[in-house]
Design a protein around this ligand. Sequence first.
Ligand code: FAD
Length: 308
Amino acid sequence: MSDAVLRRDLEQAAGGPAETDIPFSRMTTIGCGGPAAYVVAADGSQTLAAILDVASGYHLPWFVLGLGSNLLVADNGWRGVVIRLTGNLRECRRRGDGLECGAGASLPRAARLAWEEGLTGLEPLEGVPGTLGGAVAMNAGAFGMSIGDKVEWVEVALPGKVSRLDADQLGFAYRSCRLPAGAVVSRAALRLSPGDRDAIRRSMKVYLSRRETSQPRGARTFGSIFRNPGGEAGAGELLDRAGCKQLSCGAAAVSGTHANFIVNSGGATAADIITLMDACRHRVHQRFGIVLEPEVRFLGDIGLKEPE
Ligand SMILES: Cc1cc2nc3c(=O)[nH]c(=O)nc-3n(C[C@H](O)[C@H](O)[C@H](O)COP(=O)(O)OP(=O)(O)OC[C@H]3O[C@@H](n4cnc5c(N)ncnc54)[C@H](O)[C@@H]3O)c2cc1C
């Protein structure tokens, strides 16, 4: 297979350019990671299915990228097709007592539309900087609420086809969702409830201010490093009690505001961040006998060591 032919086929399916060698450092909130072999945009569900069909025909792996807000990519990048969602896959509209949104719509945008429409249910997610598709894939949540609680159905794209799944087919659990292998969420319907607009706005402000006082502000991070292990103490508390707030590696450091966040102060590599995550895991394991599992998703040749 020639690179030019593959690129032509991707461009034909996408109806737009297939860019090459775009660094993930420009596409993730943490700001590190090497190049993606191909980056294409899909502006509708059928286009998405057509792109997956081409990638699958060439036995090339694909990865759908939301806002890259929970992602760490290897410094040598990743050789596959990165798909970004644009056009009507970023749109969001009212549907009955809920919303129907493209998977590329930003969560803050969906939360704001819900408020404008006098619909309550999404307030705790105000300030989570991801897309709806990323939120569904991760079952993102905050302050005791998870997006999976609100999902009515999702539309997914697979090579050459689009289908719809009800929420109970998705096995939502803590920060996870069981999508069919290789499926990309293209659209989702959320079930919300009518509420008072002023009360919704006040509640959004309260959640946002709780977030702003407890998390690093305006910094390059990828959100929570580790999942809460279950039990009384969350990952942040365990990391703090194990003294991880003092740890750093290169330009990556554990946040002094919240120990379950890593901040890239400029020029950190994925290797720096992995070294730091290993050191954090090691400390928590030594002190409490608990092995923390990553919440952040990894892409490429990258991973943690088992703590000794
Ligand atoms: C400052 C900050 C605060 C955060 N606070 C929270 C929080 O309170 N709660 C929380 O849960 N998370 C939080 N996060 C993490 C992150 O914002 C969420 O997990 C978010 O939902 C990820 O969305 P994304 O679009 O950025 O996904 P990405 O990071 O782009 O991708 C994450 C994973 O989802 C997959 N994915 C993305 N889109 C799709 C799709 N359409 N179909 C299938 N799979 C898809 C990707 O392939 C990848 O495996 C925070 C992050 C930051 C930087």
